[in-house]
Design a binder for this molecule. Structure first.
Ligand code: HEM
Length: 330
């Protein structure tokens, strides 16, 4: 009898765990809008696809926006709030783009199901769709929803890593958000697409750590190529591709890891991933294997669960640019 009961209880526990693992992700849930806004994913994809066709560079822009929003104060769309000293005014956010596409998606969703879908979920869904489109539809990950929009956004609270930090310092910042070293290596694979301003790498090209020499970890041929695009003395801040394989610099794929394995990383932190003992084996394995796209998707889901708000500190905003209550902090 005792054996029967324990088998039965074990089965119940097993089924409960199974249903949780298929249903929810922290406070988030797959298909959380299926009753309240069943068309949400189709509407987001339609608007995103139109935006991507008009300007494919919205893909890297949105991937970066998602990272900057989630990393500072959680995935709560606090980066979207307009204000004289809101998050978008912080220095690392000044070159963040993608706000207009998010406004278009919000308008389309408000027309279909008013006051239901949060701006934080719109960012997560739009980013997922842009990863799909920019991979040439080679990947698509499911992303749980149910995020609420934050009511606080201050430039002073923005806490993002600088490209000059070491791998262990960067890993510590990820760990604070419950993101593992593996998540960090995979998420930095986001630098498979998009651009960086010359100002972020001039030290690597001309005066690395005040040596008056270039960064010795950069392929000397690449140093020469990049010096051509980023002259030491220039009145403008040029841009260069983060993925130096020109056949794939606009495609989400594994080539970022191949580039850094050949000393052709652009940002200092990118290159350090391939050189640091903590991460180099993973980089080599990713560069050789064919599972980057699926693993990147899982890491993006993990990033999307950072600091999700509850009813006490979150809401469904009417406009992504302002919170519902006039007295929110920004
Ligand atoms: C240690 C962490 C990171 C650092 C230090 C970092 C730094 C940077 C810098 C300096 C730029 C260039 C910005 C500019 O010139 O305007 C950039 C661009 C970008 N970052 Fe990161 N990043 C980090 C992590 C991530 C992660 C985790 C993702 C993706 C989930 C990501 C996605 C991107 C993308 C897609 C761009 C290109 C944006 C565009 O073309 O508009 N970054 N990043």
């Amino acid at each position: 009898m005792a054996a029967k009961i324990s088998t039965k209880s074990a089965l119940i526990v097993f089924l409960a765990v199974l249903s949780i693992s298929q249903c929810c992700y922290g406070k988030l849930e797959f298909g959380s809008y299926k009753e309240t806004c069943p068309n949400v994913e189709n509407i987001v994809f339609k608007v995103v696809k139109e935006g991507f066709i008009k300007d494919p560079s919205v893909a890297p822009a949105m991937i970066r926006l998602y990272f900057h929003d989630c990393f500072s104060n959680g995935c709560d769309a606090s980066l979207l709030l307009d204000g004289t000293s809101s998050e978008k005014k912080a220095t690392p956010n000044l070159s963040v783009r993608g706000y207009e596409l998010l406004d278009d998606i919000k308008t389309a969703l408000e027309n279909d199901c008013h006051g239901v879908v949060s701006c934080a979920d719109i960012i997560a869904l739009a980013t997922r769709d842009l990863v799909t489109l920019a991979s040439g539809e080679k990947t698509r990950y499911e992303i749980p929803t149910g995020r609420l929009d934050g009511r606080e956004s201050t430039a002073l609270s923005v806490d993002l890593p600088s490209p000059q930090l070491s791998v262990s310092q960067t890993a510590a910042m990820f760990a604070k958000r419950k993101l593992s070293v593996d998540d960090m290596v995979l998420l930095l694979g986001g630098h498979t697409i998009g651009v960086a301003h010359c100002s972020f790498i001039k030290d690597r090209l001309y005066n690395f750590k005040n040596t008056n020499k270039p960064d010795p970890s950069m392929d000397p041929k690449l140093v020469q190529e990049l010096r051509g695009k980023c002259p030491e003395k220039s009145s403008t801040d040029g841009i260069i591709n983060l993925d130096q394989d020109f056949s794939s610099s606009n495609i989400v794929d594994v080539s970022f890891y191949k580039q850094i394995n050949s000393s052709r990383g652009i940002l200092q932190i990118d290159q350090e991933l391939a050189n640091d003992g903590m991460t180099k084996k993973m980089v080599t394995d990713l560069a050789k294997g064919n599972d980057f796209l699926a693993r990147f998707g899982q890491a993006m889901v993990n990033l999307g669960s950072v600091g999700v708000k509850d009813e006490q500190n979150g809401e469904i905003r009417r406009s992504c640019r302002s919170c519902n209550n006039l007295f929110c902090t920004k």
